[in-house]
Ligand binder design. Structure first.
Ligand SMILES: Nc1ncnc2c1ncn2[C@@H]1O[C@H](COP(=O)(O)OP(=O)(O)OP(=O)(O)O)[C@@H](O)[C@H]1O
Length: 602
């Protein structure tokens, strides 16, 4: 509750900072319209009294005052609403939405991207900045509206104290109105996972890369049905919530109308008995009618308020989550060079929601300045090890030490800046070639000389030379650019990985899977020289993950993983002499290579 209050207060402060004049105008208009409303009510009473006394001058004066007052109420409301919307849009889009994006992008690890709680919250808060600000201002507007209701009740009470009772009948619509949004909020959260699934499946159906497989397998119709099912499930959850909300609202207003009609009948009864004047009846009819529309307005303004509350909860959750995650990222700087190396100590990691470890009790020394190859069957934990080494995930237990300093005590961002990586799921950036390569080192995105050097290191210069605008050629057919083959995309990815000069840890996770054997050999030869140069400059460790053994015989250390554990390690000659798993697969691959068949460690 306190956090919510502080969040609203913070939004007010931000509104104020964004546009003081406009914020002050909205506040001023809220005060002015209420004062005008009270004046209008009093003028109406004076008008009725003057009419009964047949005092024409007083009638004209009161009528003029009432007309001006009601005009200020109506026009003031319209202007105030416009200004409020304007602040909400500006602050929401340019400040809060940006903050949400910053929070999302600023989380230094990756595990949240697989955390359903995180993804569901993100779904609810994405692009909701304006809704949050609108809610915050709607809170003030609602307060001003209730003040107006109070003024009306005081005026009604002056006709007969029993008319105060009308306020009680206003409670049911207020209370029952909350049922709808509360239900909708729960329904949205319950349907968030289905909504994500629907978007994912729809994305697959419209993704040109998935299209060939879908067409050949003929599974588009089945996938489309799944999209439809997910959509229906999502729709059904939300529709049910809407029906319940509508029924509750209808019940609330019915109860209010019963009280309203009863109140008026009572005044009519008093007038019939001669205990009240016709003037009292006119006042009661006018004010009670206003009371109804005021309640309607006050309650309708609670809709943006509740929408804001629905977005505030995930917003605050996301903030706390990002803060907690960022805490792990504050630490010492990365070393300038590696002297000892990186040590994995009893390292265990389990993915969220999984029932088995992806890595289990791994203890391993990666000596500075060495080329280390990690091999193992599919699912043995190679990529997981890479993700832990680059700080993308936090280990479940055990430690990683960089020259004896636990990775957890280093500033994660600084450590990442000292790493360079090419992953097997490399990105296909549909931008210019310059950006697609340059993003490999954000600080040097416009350094054409560095980009050309990185392309040369990845044996990709020839690809760029053949493009119509060289480095400035746009990639990606769907954006009117040039489409690359898988192997060409992979070389661009390799060039991106080569952007950072002299990293401390260079990771190549299956970097050549899309290349033919000759290209792969060339890439590894070139990489070998680059790795040696890096090693001499900063003691860089090059970590290569691959299935093809022919390319790693030259590594200084080969680590064989099986089922998340290290089962063999040593250089090629040692492992061949040991005649274990590695030696067996190496021989099989050589024989298969001669026969043109692929063999992995599986
Ligand atoms: N994001 C994830 N969520 C849950 N489990 C995962 C995730 N990524 C990998 N795993 C599981 O962790 C284990 C290790 O996976 P990892 O990707 O590290 O294997 P790998 O050796 O790199 O495999 P490959 O050679 O196929 O790339 C596997 O059992 C895999 O199913």
């Amino acid at each position: 509750m306190r956090q919510r209050f502080e969040a609203w207060l913070e939004i007010f402060r931000r509104s104020w900072r964004l546009d003081r004049r406009m914020s002050a105008s909205v506040l001023g208009l809220l005060v002015l319209t209420n004062a005008a409303f009270l004046t209008g009510g009093l003028a109406l009473r004076a008008l009725v009294n003057a009419a009964i006394d047949r005092d024409l001058r007083a009638v004209l004066l009161a009528a003029g005052l009432a007309a001006v007052a009601w005009a200020v109420v109506d026009i003031g409301f319209l202007v105030e609403q416009e200004l409020r919307m304007d602040i909400s849009d500006r602050l929401g889009m340019f400040d809060l939405d940006e903050e949400i994006q910053r929070l999302v992008a600023g989380i230094p690890t990756l595990d949240h991207l697989e955390n359903p709680q995180y993804l569901d919250r993100l779904e609810l808060v994405r692009g909701q900045g304006s809704v949050l600000v609108q809610a915050c201002w709607a809170l003030l507007y609602s307060a001003s509206n209730f003040l107006r209701v109070l003024i009306t009740l005081v005026l009604l009470g002056s006709v007969h104290p029993a008319l105060f009772g009308l306020a009680l009948f206003a409670l049911p619509p207020l209370i029952l109105k909350r049922v709808g949004p509360a239900r909708a909020r729960k329904a949205q959260l319950a349907a968030a996972e289905t909504a994500r699934l629907e978007r994912h499946l729809f994305g697959l159906l419209t993704d040109p890369r998935a299209a060939p497989e879908l067409r050949i397998t003929g599974s588009e119709a089945a996938l489309a049905r799944q999209v439809e099912d997910a959509w229906r499930t999502e729709g059904a959850i939300e529709t049910r919530a809407r029906y319940i909300g509508a029924a509750a609202t209808a019940l609330g207003w019915t109860l209010f109308m019963v009280g309203y009609v009863a109140g008026l009948f009572y005044v009519v009864y008093l007038v019939a008995r001669g205990e009240r004047t016709i003037g009292d009846l006119v006042l009661a009819v006018a004010l009670a009618g206003q009371l109804r529309s005021q309640f309607e307005q006050a309650i309708s303004q609670t809709a943006p308020l509740f929408a804001g509350i629905a977005a505030l909860e995930p917003f605050l959750w996301l903030r706390r989550y990002a803060e907690r995650k960022a805490e792990g990222g504050i630490g010492g700087p990365a070393p300038d060079r590696l002297d000892g190396g990186v040590r994995l100590q009893d390292l265990t990691f389990r993915y969220p929601g999984q029932d088995r470890d992806a890595l289990s009790g791994v203890t391993l020394d990666l000596p500075a300045g060495r080329v280390v190859a990690v091999v193992g069957e599919h699912g043995s934990g190679k990529t997981t090890m890479v993700k832990l080494l680059t700080g993308l995930y936090q280990p479940s237990s055990g430690t990683i030490r960089v020259d004896d300093v636990p990775l957890g005590e280093l500033d994660l961002t600084a450590w990442r800046a000292a790493c360079a990586a090419v992953f097997q799921d490399f990105g296909r950036y549909r931008t210019t070639v310059r950006s697609a390569v340059g993003v490999g080192d954000a600080g040097r995105m416009d350094d054409r000389a560095r980009i050309s050097a990185a392309l040369a290191a990845a044996n990709a210069s020839a690809i760029v030379e053949a493009l119509p605008h060289g480095l400035d050629t746009r990639l990606g057919q769907e954006f009117g650019g040039v489409e690359l083959s898988e192997g060409q995309w992979q070389r661009v990815g390799l060039a991106r990985g080569a952007m950072r000069e002299h990293p401390l840890l260079l990771v190549l996770d299956e970097p050549t899977a899309a290349l033919d054997a000759t290209s792969e050999y060339e890439v590894f030869q070139a990489q070998h020289d680059i790795s040696r140069a890096h090693a001499a400059a900063r003691g860089t460790i090059t970590l290569i993950v691959t299935h093809r053994f022919s390319t790693i015989a030259m590594a200084d250390l080969i680590v064989v993983l099986h089922d998340g554990r290290v089962v063999e390690q040593g250089d090629h000659a040692t492992l061949m002499r040991a005649n274990g798993r590695y030696a067996e697969t190496f021989r099989l691959q050589q024989e298969a290579g001669a026969a043109g068949v692929g063999v992995n460690l599986d």
